[in-house]
Design a protein around this ligand. Structure first.
Ligand code: UT7
Length: 326
């Protein structure tokens, strides 16, 4: 049976570190509040000249170093982002130019924090159908560019970064086992950026009203996230006739340490088997899972034959899981 497997991962975060102590000087907050309520200690902020395709390019380069697959072998580039270089063309096209590729197809997807998993599902479909054999998938975000730095309820949460996965077709008994995508558009207002699209095109007024910044009802989102993620993981395992104890690793979207811990507790999943790096990067939306996955691989925490479950929840609302046999 034709399957898609992740042949290599890579990630990149910008050099500049913004700590909780730095934020104490910017808004009415404390390091203690941020650590206790979110688990975040610091986050990375992109340099002025960097955009999503630059971060994506660095993450892609890191992934290509770990495999024999060359950029010219890639037939499709997918970038998951809500902070692309520009509204159009796709950031995937900018990345294609940087990689010097002429033939590959390239497009972006917008599923907010679930974007990388939506991307894995799309890539999986193309590979299983025999359409493409090698796909480059990236989650790249510069949330610092759409953050209201005067709003303490959101500005302490987000960061910038990118993670990459190179997928290839295999006939081996490994790779993506199943993908599960969900959304509920009736709750879009919980997490969104109102300005800059066709509803509220950019104007002096939209800028004045800070409509080009993230708006989030954090507490409501938090509660729905915990409930939803528990159900999603149970559903994914049940469909594959697997028990929690058979999972070697859970790699969740890094939105809030308390969401990660509460989900793990409800599932009876030992926290040692859960990948956590939110302390270093904050919430990097579509980039958080590929960055965490790349770190888990580099730390030797993901080994051949392991069952690894990725799960995410975010704006849309969207949520998703992907089960992989590594
Ligand atoms: O990635 C996509 C999905 N995103 C999420 O899943 C994020 C979900 N939400 C969260 O992570 C949490 O809801 C937050 C971290 C955003 C907020 O934590 P919370 O425990 O839900 O706090 P809250 O919003 O209920 O606010 C509690 C208090 C409020 O003060 P009062 O009204 O009780 O006096 C806030 O004004 O904390 C206050 N507060 C802060 N205090 C110090 C909010 N932000 C801050 C801050 N520093 N940065």
């Amino acid at each position: 049976m034709l399957r898609a497997r992740i042949a290599a991962t890579g990630s990149y975060v910008p050099e500049r570190v913004l700590t909780n102590f730095d934020l104490e000087k910017m808004v009415d907050t404390t390091d203690e509040w941020i650590r206790e309520r979110t688990g975040i200690r610091e986050r990375r902020i992109a340099a002025e000249k960097e955009a999503a395709s630059d971060l994506a390019y660095e993450a892609a380069k890191a992934a290509f170093k770990k495999t024999d697959i060359k950029p010219k072998d890639i037939e499709l580039i997918i970038v998951a982002t809500v902070t692309g270089d520009m509204p159009f063309p796709a950031t995937a096209c900018h990345l294609q130019q940087k990689l010097g590729l002429k033939k590959a197809a390239a497009f972006d997807i917008n599923a907010a924090c679930s974007g990388f998993l939506y991307g894995l599902s799309i890539a999986n479909g193309f590979i299983k159908s025999g359409t493409y054999k090698r796909i480059l998938l990236i989650g790249s975000e510069l949330l610092s560019r759409i953050t209201d730095w005067e709003d303490r309820s959101t500005c302490v949460l987000f960061g910038d970064g990118a993670g990459a996965a190179i997928l290839e077709a295999t006939n081996e008994d490994r790779g993506i086992i199943s993908t599960h995508l969900r959304s509920d558009g009736s709750m879009w207002e919980l997490l969104h950026m109102p300005g800059g699209g066709s509803r509220n095109p950019a104007s002096k007024d939209t800028v004045k009203k800070k409509m080009h910044c993230i708006k989030m009802k954090g507490n409501e989102t938090f509660k729905i996230a915990v409930r939803t993620l528990e159900g999603l993981v149970r559903e994914t395992l049940a469909e594959n006739k697997l028990k929690i104890s058979q999972l070697s690793m859970l790699i969740p979207h890094q939105a809030n340490l308390r969401i990660i811990q509460a989900t793990a507790e409800r599932l009876d999943m030992p926290i040692e088997k859960v990948m956590v790096n939110i302390d270093k990067y904050g919430n990097t939306s579509a980039a958080s899972i590929p960055i965490a996955l790349d770190e888990a691989v580099r730390q030797g925490r993901v080994r051949d034959g392991d069952y690894v479950l990725l799960e995410a929840f975010g704006g849309g609302l969207t949520w998703a899981s992907v089960l992989i046999k590594w």
